[in-house]
Design a protein around this ligand. Structure first.
Ligand SMILES: Nc1ncnc2c1ncn2[C@@H]1O[C@H](COP(=O)(O)OP(=O)(O)OP(=O)(O)O)[C@@H](O)[C@H]1O
Ligand SMILES: [Mg+2]
Length: 371
């Protein structure tokens, strides 16, 4: 087991009346990647900037290897330059009037490192990020991906204890982004460096993280390894934000320790059994039911003796080359489901969805959500 490296406890940051970051706590182990994932404006950058020291929290504290580096209550604040952290900013800001070498050497120069040592260290990190032959090139003549590497090299050059990366791949096109994602993961593993990574891209978050923190409106909804987040979301927001979900509405008819039954609103009275029930739902509540499409199987007709079968109308089928997209309707609920091209359904026919009880999630119906 790796050691605990950084601990953030109950961080709050207000800009005016609203809290941009509201009671956020997390831990990062040495050599691990923690990702902050969430929609625009949810407080990712603000959280990262508090870790880096560019923003002071109104409440809460941060500890590195059991030493408090910032605490609102104890009035402790270690300035950014004393934190031994490397940061790549959201707009990664490579300085255009400098060469690649000068850009990367800058943090060392500011720290008064000797010329020979600078030369050696800069060459080393440029090699590491694949820019070994571009030392003297002016930064203005670099592609987006190369600028990205310069920013990364600049953050790595003084051997930080932790790397803070704020959407470092967001300015790249899709193909380069994919390539850099793989390179970044390899580099992180090779250096065994601890990383806090910020993104709103779920693929990046799933592939790069050891631990994934899903944020919304200044709060962390869940922190867990990516697979656990996907398979066992703790809130409706987490389930919706990551992966695809099919939603149905209903009413909680029965609630027992091992599971619950929901009466689904639709064409005919129907009850669905689930083993994944949000803690706040009570018998009789209006609920919404979330199901991952890949956990559903589609049958031609009801299978005798099986429960959790949802009769649907197959309204339309679209051939997409590698799969068929089935447009289905149950009552007012419409959704799509991909099937293999070998299936032999036809438009307008009745089909039956089989919903495994472990894949059916029940959440409180949010107020304001109408039919
Ligand atoms: N210096 C500031 N002054 C006032 N409000 C701010 C400031 N910085 C951030 N905010 C507000 O705080 C909230 C969180 O901003 P933050 O930049 O942390 O979000 P984010 O999750 O990084 O979003 P994005 O994905 O768009 O980068 C937003 O509502 C933002 O407008
Ligand atoms: Mg941001």
């Amino acid at each position: 087991m790796s050691r605990l490296f950084l601990q953030a406890r109950n961080l709050v940051k207000r800009f005016g009346p609203t809290a941009a970051v509201n009671n956020v706590s997390f831990e990062v182990k040495k050599g691990e990647v923690l990702t902050l994932l969430g929609p625009s404006g949810c407080g990712k950058t603000t959280t990262l900037r508090m870790v880096a020291g560019f923003e002071q929290p109104d409440e809460g504290e941060i500890e590195i290897e059991n030493t408090v580096i910032v605490s609102a209550a104890k009035r402790i604040f270690v300035p950014p330059e004393k934190r031994r952290m490397g940061m790549v900013f959201q707009s990664y800001a490579v300085w255009p009037h400098m060469t690649v070498f000068e850009n990367v050497a800058y943090p060392l120069k500011r720290r008064g490192v000797k010329k020979a040592a600078i030369q050696e260290k800069v060459s080393q990190v440029l090699e590491l990020v694949g820019l070994g032959k571009m030392e003297s090139r002016p930064a203005t003549l670099l592609s987006g991906g190369q600028q990205q590497r310069v920013a990364l090299a600049r953050a790595l050059v003084y051997s930080p204890q932790i790397l803070l990366l704020d959407e470092p791949l967001s300015n790249l096109d899709a193909k380069l982004r994919e390539q850099m994602r793989v390179e970044l993961k390899e580099l992180q593993k090779r250096l065994s460096i601890t990383v806090i990574f910020v993104t709103h891209d779920q693929i990046e978050a799933m592939t790069l993280s050891d631990q994934l923190a899903v944020m919304n409106l200044g709060e962390i909804h869940q922190i867990a390894p990516p697979r656990e987040i996907y398979e066992r979301p703790r809130t409706r927001f987490v389930q919706e934000f990551i992966g695809r979900v099919i939603w149905l509405e209903g009413r909680l008819a029965e609630l027992a320790p091992g599971g619950a039954s929901v009466e689904i609103a639709g064409d005919e009275p129907l009850s669905i059994f689930s083993r994944r029930i949000s803690e706040d739902v009570k018998k009789g509540d209006d609920v919404i039911v979330g199901i991952r499409p890949e956990s559903i199987t589609l049958a031609k007709e009801k299978i005798a003796g099986e429960s959790n079968q949802l009769p649907c109308l197959l309204e339309k089928r679209l051939f997409l080359g590698d799969r068929i997209e089935c447009h289905l309707r149950y009552g007012n609920a419409r959704f799509t489901l991909a099937t293999p091209i070998t299936e032999s359904f036809s438009n307008g026919q009745k089909v039956c969805l089989c919903l495994p009880p472990d894949s059916v999630f029940i959440w409180t119906k949010p107020t304001g959500l109408t039919e």
